[in-house]
Every structure is written in C-alpha cells, then in structure tokens.
Design a protein around this ligand. Structure first.
Ligand code: NIG
Ligand code: FE
Length: 408
C-alpha cells in the first residue's frame, strides 16, 4: 500500500445495509489504505498493514468524506452580470432581461471576445472557492460560445483545468443553451449546426462526456432538444438537461426516457415527470442557488422525489447570471434551508448522487475498496456541520487519486 490514513472518522457514503451503522455511517477511528490512486483498504485499523509502513498519515480524529463533486457548473465565462442583478432587484424578470438580449447572450458576447488563456485564468481563480469546500471533481459546461469555434474554445479551457493534479473535470457541451443572435428566428438551423457539425467535432476532439440542453421557452423546444439528444446518442456521448426550470414543457421526462444521467433545476416538474425519472434511474439535480437568485417561489417536487426514490444531487450551477456562488457548502446549506433537504440528503447530493449525475457512481462519490481515492478531510465533529456552518475554513486537506493537497 502506498499510503495509510489513520485516526479518522469515516463518512464513507456506502449504503446503510452494507455497514449497519447510523444514518451517516460514521466509522470512528477508522483507517484507509491507498494504492495507485485507488482505495485498497477501508475499515478498522489493521495492525499487519500498519506495522513498519513508511507512509502513515495521522488524521488526528478528523472527519473524512468522499471528495465533493460539483456536478453542474458554468465555470468558464467572461464578464459578470451585476447590472442584471440590480435590474432584477428593481423587479425586471430574468426572462424579460433575456428577451431584451441580456442574460445568457450578454455573457456570450463577452466570452466570444475573450481568449482561451484569459478564460482559463478567470476559471482557475473561481475554482479556488470550490476547492476550499472540498471539491475534487467538477462538471463544467460550455454554452457561452454558441459557435463551433467558441464552444470548442471553452471546452479546451475545461480540458486544461482537467490537467491540474488536484481537480477532476467532467466536460459537457451545452451549445443548445440559447439561440445565438446570428440565428435569431432560425433556431432550427442552429440545431442543425449543433447536430451536424458541433457534436461530431467535439466527439472527434474528445472534448466532452455529456451534451446538455436548455429546454425552455427562452431556450429550445422539447422537439429541438430531442434532435440534439438523438445526435448525441448516435455519437456515443451521454445526455443531461436543464429542464422544467421556469415552466413545465416535459423536457425532464423526454431526457429521462432517452437515458439522461440527470435532469437539472426541475422546479416545475410534475408527478408524471418524477415517475419518468424513477423509471429511468435519472438523477434529479437540484440547484438552490438559481432558485435563490431568481427569487423563485415554486419549489422542486422534493416530497415526490423522495416518495419515488429518485436520487437527488445538488450543485452550485455556478454562472454569472442565476447563481454566482462558488461555494458548494453554501449550496448544501441552501438545499437544507430553502428546499428542506436533511443535511444527510445534502451530503449525498454532493457525493454519491452527484457521482451518479455524471455517470461516475462506480468510481467516485463513496469511500470503498476499488473506488478512486478522492477524499476531503475536515476539522469537524459531525457530518451535519458540513451543511450547517458557513465561511469557517473547516477543510484540512483534499486527497485526489491518493495525493494530498493541504488547505492548512
Ligand atoms: O443553469 N438555465 C440556464 N442556464 C443557466 C443560467 C445561465 C445564465 O443565466 O448565464 C442556469 O441557470
Ligand atoms: Fe445551469
């Protein structure tokens, strides 16, 4: 074994049935052994492994969770939209701002003008907030380029971020985020461009795992989204969707029926939609930051999601318009206060369920033998504190593929 972590309070997120301990399954004074970036041992301290081992890390009774996974972000963009924040505070709705050419399209303008290098530096700076909250995997979407070259530029930035030793990236093509100005009133032709040119090229360059859409009145119709999904599946990528955020168009059920790993936002999802998620094992990704910034009052159907046992992930949705919050722990807290998730559900939402939202549940999101050795080590007594306290630097270190990255 390369490294052994001892004296830790383990929150493995492995199912209750397998461990028989309490709701969070805290295993006190546990030990984790790592080899070649994977977990090789987890459980009670094992004297035969410890005896004479050259690399023992004493965690001094710290709490150890899986590395957090932020499974929905728009980390890469230029500019900011504080002016729209001010407009919205004066009562102008998000949809109205979008229709006037602001919103997503104003970030598109700024992003198109910005070089790959500059976008990279902007994104790296924002990433610091997420690292401080124990994030070891981040999903990053394109969607502020909306031309072949600009979408590829964004995905190349995501690729560069994935080369950092301490952050794993899952990249998503979101060309179907808004109708670009040059395709105004010709949105079907833009969908042709996405299906016939952008998706094949992104696949050829191996720049994304998923393709996402914005299925909404100010985005694309279910019919258009279905065309994007078909083209995606034909090229062997996986699908997900921004669905039922502002209205109920049936995008979630459509995406689920086509095998989506997740549908995201879903404030307006109805019971039939929830059933479709359950039937297709699609994760419901909740984004309380966007709910909060848009001053939304319609809650996602959380009691129904529980009733039908749909896994719930939560994520920052970090973006310049609806969720400028680069803190996953703030989002965990909001999931509890605004959506009434329990702190345990919120922890699942950023670990095992977030992994499933990215199709990575067999590799990340739990601490178990054979999984990737990605952990967050916290100076905390109990896991509920992760959702409870804001702003205190509780993180001691992150571990990515068995390598330790210290925060303090
Ligand atoms: O997840 N809903 C669409 N997309 C983003 C918002 C992007 C923006 O406003 O720039 C979201 O909320
Ligand atoms: Fe989003």
């Amino acid at each position: 074994m390369d490294k052994v972590f001892i004296n830790l309070h383990l929150v493995s997120m492995v199912d209750k049935q397998q461990t028989g301990s309490d709701g969070y399954q805290v295993l006190k004074d546990a030990m984790i052994g790592v080899r070649n970036g994977k977990v090789e041992y987890v459980g009670e301290p094992c004297p035969s492994i410890l005896h004479g081992h050259p690399d023992i890390i004493d965690c001094a009774h710290a709490l150890v969770t899986p590395g957090f996974i932020d499974c929905h972000t728009h980390l890469i963009f230029a500019g900011n939209r504080a002016n729209e924040f001010e407009q919205r505070l004066q009562g102008v709705p998000y949809e109205e701002i979008a229709k006037q050419g602001g919103g997503i399209l104003s970030t598109v303008q700024a992003t198109r003008k910005t070089s790959e290098d500059e976008l990279y530096h902007l994104a790296i700076h924002r990433l610091e907030g997420l690292k401080r909250d124990g994030v070891t995997t981040i999903e990053i979407k394109s969607g502020y380029g909306l031309t072949l070259d600009d979408e590829i530029k964004m995905l190349k930035v995501a690729k560069r971020i994935s080369e950092l030793p301490d952050m794993k990236v899952s990249s998503t093509l979101l060309a179907a985020h808004a109708v670009p100005p040059e395709y105004k009133n010709r949105s079907d032709e833009y969908i042709d461009l996405i299906c016939d040119t952008i998706i094949p090229q992104v696949v050829k360059l191996n720049l994304a795992n998923h393709v996402d859409v914005f299925c909404e009145g100010i985005g694309f119709s279910p019919k258009q989204c279905e065309r994007v999904f078909r083209a995606t599946l034909k090229h062997g990528l996986r699908i997900k969707g921004h669905t039922e955020q502002l209205s109920n168009l049936g995008g979630s059920a459509l995406a689920a029926s086509m095998g989506a790993d997740s549908v995201d936002h879903i404030e307006y999802l109805d019971e039939n939609g929830v059933k479709a998620l359950a039937k297709n094992n699609t994760v419901a990704t909740l984004l309380p930051g966007a709910f909060y910034y848009l001053n939304e009052s319609k809650l996602p159907p959380i009691p129904l999601l529980r009733q039908y046992k749909v896994p719930m992930a939560i994520a920052t949705d970090f973006n310049p318009g609806t969720s400028p919050i680069a803190s996953l722990r703030t989002i965990m807290n909001m999931a509890c206060t605004l959506f009434k998730l329990t702190p345990e559900e919120s922890l699942r939402g950023v670990t095992c369920h977030a992994a499933q939202a990215l199709g990575l549940q067999h590799f990340r999101g739990k601490i178990a033998v054979g999984m990737e050795a990605d952990f967050a080590i916290w100076q905390l007594d109990s896991p509920a504190e992760l959702s409870y306290r804001l702003g205190v630097p509780d993180l001691i270190a992150r571990v990515v593929d068995g390598e330790i990255f210290h925060e303090k």
